[in-house]
Ligand binder design. Structure first.
Ligand code: DGJ
Length: 359
């Protein structure tokens, strides 16, 4: 068995689990529960087929964040052709949160139907009594059909113009003004790259790339975390954000996102707000480094920000270095979030440990 007694993070290197196998949990989400960290992510197989969901969501556990134990497949793809979750569909960016009220673990994920590319644009839910599963698939759906966001008036909605022709010279402005939103109003809004964020008071939010990836939607979840409420906002209309990852520090909410270039990396973006359903403001590119590093976010795309338990103001930026030609070989980029003038920044560190966090 290969060495698995890690004492540091080495972003971009192979990262072996307790069985000596490269961790297979891409687009990951993390949960700290009863003294243990859990990592859930897309289980990829080798080759291009690995970009489809052939196996399911893989879970790992760790006490120290360096060494991860394989906990098996938490949510399995179905062999039943009648199931939306059939093997060969697309399942991305699974995130798990624990609901104290119903005492269940709730997983949300980006779900695309088999053989339909990325056109379905659904968000899916699965539930389990045990943290590592098995998770039972509930359903996948679009969001907020027939419901206006908190920050978009009926008057704005009425004025929005649907784009009839893709070469419309006013397309960009029309998208900002709600063209795709209006198009999808009755059937429900699209949901692609997504994440979840649980606030200190237990309120949970679903954050997703909607409106053909042009606009983010931030939605408050129901008390049981199984559905979205009608409280939601459009954020950065026309801003073209993917890969949202949210954290909170000193009563401010921060969100990393990426731009839209498929599996290829692009410049990260950071934004801040005083509340999740408030007014998000852009802080620009959080990366400090060479022009190339800034242009490609250290060759990665955000997926999660993990607060380190027991330490103040200690957050890990977690991202994927995708390998779409051989999906299983995708790498994990973990970097400590540093603060300069109280603004989060990212710098490349090829080897580091939790001792970088001073608190
Ligand atoms: C970028 C997204 O962030 C990924 O999760 C995945 O959907 C790829 N696009 C597919 O091209």
């Amino acid at each position: 068995m290969a060495q698995t007694n890690y004492t540091k993070f080495e972003p971009g290197q192979l990262w072996l689990d307790n069985n000596g196998v490269h961790i297979n949990a891409h687009g990951g989400g993390f949960l700290f529960h009863d003294g243990t960290y859990y990592w859930f992510g897309e289980h990829k197989i080798s080759g291009k087929l690995g970009n489809k969901a052939m196996v399911g969501v893989h879970a790992y556990s760790s006490k120290d964040l360096y060494n991860w134990k394989d906990e098996g497949i938490a949510l399995s793809m179905s062999n039943d052709p009648k199931s939306k979750l059939i093997k060969g569909c697309i399942l991305e960016r699974p995130k798990v949160i624990y609901n104290k009220k119903i005492k269940k673990f709730v997983m949300w994920f980006h779900h695309e139907l088999k053989d339909q590319g990325y056109s379905a644009a659904l968000t899916g839910v699965a539930v389990s009594d045990n943290v590592t599963g098995p998770y039972i698939y509930q359903d996948s759906f679009r969001l907020h059909g027939g419901i206006l966001p908190l920050n978009f008036t009926k008057q704005q909605f009425d004025k929005a113009e649907i784009i009839e022709n893709d070469s419309d010279p006013n397309k960009k402005q029309k998208v900002i003004d709600g063209a795709y939103f209006k198009r999808d109003f009755e059937t429900g809004q699209m949901s692609r790259d997504m994440t979840l964020f649980v606030d200190e008071d237990g309120t949970a939010y679903h954050i997703t790339a909607s409106e053909e990836n042009q606009t983010l939607l931030i939605s408050k979840l129901s008390d049981d975390y199984l559905s979205v409420t009608d409280d939601y906002i459009r954020a950065f209309p026309g801003g073209r954000n993917e890969a949202p990852a949210v954290f909170k520090k000193d009563d401010k909410y921060y969100m990393f996102t990426s731009g839209l270039t498929g599996w290829k990396p692009n410049p990260a973006k950071l934004s801040v707000s005083d509340s999740m359903l408030g007014n998000w403001k852009s802080l620009g590119n959080p990366c400090i480094g060479t022009d190339e590093e800034k242009a490609v976010t250290f060759w990665s795309q955000s997926t999660y920000v993990l607060p380190v338990e027991g330490r103040n103001n200690s957050f890990i930026f977690i991202a994927d270095r995708w390998r779409p030609e051989n999906a299983i070989d995708g790498r994990y980029i973990w970097l400590p979030i540093q603060f300069e003038n109280n603004i989060p920044v990212l710098k490349w560190v090829s080897s580091w440990g939790l001792s970088v966090f001073k608190n």
